[in-house]
Design a binder for this molecule. Structure first.
Ligand SMILES: Cc1cc2nc3c(=O)[nH]c(=O)nc-3n(C[C@H](O)[C@H](O)[C@H](O)COP(=O)(O)O)c2cc1C
Length: 556
């Protein structure tokens, strides 16, 4: 690491000195040592949580998401939600329900915003953009979503984007790694990728409330994403922190297999059509003082740069339609009430039917959020510490998310595990009992001694097919975290629906978790932990509405 000013050049051309295996190894937390991070928090360099492009034209978005009445249970039933029109109201709702604010919390003199997507340490490194074909309400161009103002900043104005005809537009995501690195140092890169996964799923669920489909454009290179979103425009990032390109999502307002819709997948056509456009806005600097640069993050980001590729063709295996959710809540209410809990009651059991429904939501199904977004077969699986589920013996269980994954897990986990099917488990849900135990202490210890991992109904570790995925295609290291983050987002929402709460756990002792499972190589690696329980409310916190500050700004 070194102190730097101006901030890193985001064009990913610097010399690479680290590979995925070295990075992954050195950013493991262990019982004896945490991964390299700052000694304490340097408040002088605390990054601004909101990116602004000064000088860009602003389009205010109306706040009408609460008018969307889609039933939560309908999100999982393809065809039940009719496709909403491509209006500014609906785009506004999509942005609000995915990356928008959900509330402000006040404690004494301190006030902070929470969002509909979660983020490690509430630092929110993920930025959102839309690439829009143009309507009477919003001209064609590239827009940055300004979360605090709930407005669109027009980065590029262009006469027309014919490549986006056919009721479709693009939603791009990028990361400001520095926001996480400020607090977490080298391991922050992993957290940024997990946050991207949460954000992809948040966009998918928000789009589903409108009856829209979402596809991750897996073929695009990072260079193409940067070119379309304007991230490679050096002049707009003078003396500021750069953003790294993550994903481009295609949103379709009607299932449309026409040529026009599929041509939008061609990045180069879009780049050509944006070429005559006029770019506006200069990115704000996030940290006022000179900041520490975690060089290893820049190096791994360069190493994991994605080239253009031919996407896989994936056909999810047939599974019965998900059981109706017993919540009477509408989807918007569930999305908005999602919260991370800092403490669980250590007592309440989760009914078995709710537990099986939660797990069933983690399996990919055609046209069902969030995993229908992905252009690849599942590469991450779930190992569970069961503490308090009615009808289940406490202990360790495993949910492989594909037949290939199951074989890999059977071949690589501890030999003495018994691999018997969990009782009264639906045929299509491959949940296996591994060993009976009171695993509460173990769960807490491996999750950096956090009591949330032991005081809930269950906690879990997301295990990736590591070697097979990253050996030849290092950029897929990032995709593994995205998939794990998407599982986290599904768990957050489903926990709310069961009147429980979830919390993502990025802080865990990697190899201590592997030791429990008998993993002593890199065929499988744990990438994320999560916990679900009954929340203990923190009565000291006061909640304020998410956009009250906009009314104040209007009257100023
Ligand atoms: C990738 C990720 C890792 C997280 N790790 C932890 C953790 O180790 N411990 C914890 O208490 N909360 C953890 N959280 C929860 C965040 O602190 C929480 O999302 C953030 O404070 C915002 O609050 P909200 O989720 O209620 O919006 C994590 C969240 C994410 C998305």
């Amino acid at each position: 690491m070194h102190t730097t000013n101006p901030c890193r050049n985001g064009s990913k051309v610097q010399e690479t000195t680290i590979n995925v295996y070295d990075f992954h190894q050195r950013t493991k937390h262990s019982l004896s040592q945490y991964a390299r991070g700052p000694d304490g928090l340097d408040w002088d360099t605390q990054p601004d949580p909101f990116r602004t492009y000064a000088g860009s034209e602003r389009f205010t978005l109306p706040l009408h998401a609460r008018e969307i009445e889609t039933a939560y249970t309908d999100l999982y039933h393809p065809g039940r939600i009719s496709s909403a029109a491509l209006t500014l109201r609906h785009i506004s709702a999509l942005l609000e329900l995915s990356l928008g604010l959900s509330s402000w919390k006040v404690y004494g003199a301190t006030r902070w915003a929470l969002r509909n997507n979660p983020s490690s340490g509430n630092l929110h490194p993920t930025e959102g953009y839309i690439v829009f074909p143009g309507t009477s309400e919003l001209p064609a161009g590239v827009y940055h979503y300004h979360v605090y103002r709930h407005s669109l900043e027009q980065r590029c104005a262009v006469n027309a984007l014919d490549a986006l005809m056919g009721n479709c537009f693009l939603f791009g995501l990028s990361s400001l790694h520095w926001r996480e690195a400020w607090k977490y140092g080298e391991r922050a890169y992993r957290y940024c990728q997990l946050d991207v996964g949460h954000a992809i799923a948040a966009v998918r669920y928000a789009a589903a409330t409108l009856g829209w489909s979402v596809t991750l454009l897996e073929g695009w290179s990072d260079t193409q994403i940067s070119a379309v979103l304007g991230l490679s425009r050096d002049d707009d990032f003078v003396d500021t922190e750069r953003e790294s390109p993550d994903v481009m999502l295609q949103l379709e307002c009607k299932p449309d297999n026409s040529d026009a819709a599929s041509s939008s997948r061609d990045a180069n056509t879009l780049i050509r059509q944006l070429a005559p456009g006029s770019w506006n806005g200069k990115a704000n600097r996030l940290s006022p003082a000179n900041r520490v640069n975690w060089d290893v993050i820049d190096q791994i980001d360069t190493f994991c740069t994605k080239p253009a590729t031919t996407p896989d063709v994936v056909c999810p295996t047939d599974k019965p339609v998900l059981a109706e959710s017993r919540t009477g809540l509408d989807a918007v209410s569930v999305i908005r009430k999602r919260r991370s809990s800092q403490a669980f009651d250590g007592n309440s059991p989760l009914p078995l039917s709710d537990f099986y429904r939660i797990l069933d939501c983690l399996q990919p199904r055609k046209a069902v959020p969030p995993f229908d977004t992905l252009a690849w077969a599942p590469r991450v699986h779930v190992v569970l510490f069961i503490h308090r589920i009615d009808g289940l013996t406490p202990g360790l269980y495993v949910l492989p998310r594909s037949a290939t994954g199951e074989q890999l897990l059977r071949n690589n986990l501890r030999e003495k595990f018994d691999w018997t099917r969990a009782p009264i488990c639906p045929d299509w849900l491959p949940l296996y009992h591994l060993v009976s135990a009171n695993s509460r202490n173990a769960a807490r210890t491996v999750s950096c001694h956090q009591a949330i991992a032991s005081d809930g109904a269950f906690s879990l570790s997301i295990i990736a097919e590591f070697d097979e995925t990253v050996k030849e295609t290092p950029w897929r290291y990032r995709q593994l975290f995205w998939e794990a983050g998407m599982i986290g987002q599904a768990l957050y929402l489903e926990a709310e629906v069961a009147n429980f709460s979830g919390t993502g756990i990025g802080c865990f002792f990697d190899d201590a978790m592997h030791e429990i499972l008998g993993i002593d190589n890199t065929v499988l690696q744990s990438l994320y932990h999560f916990t679900v329980g009954t929340a203990e409310k923190d009565a000291r916190l006061v909640s304020l509405p998410p956009y009250g500050h906009l009314e104040q700004m209007d009257t100023e």
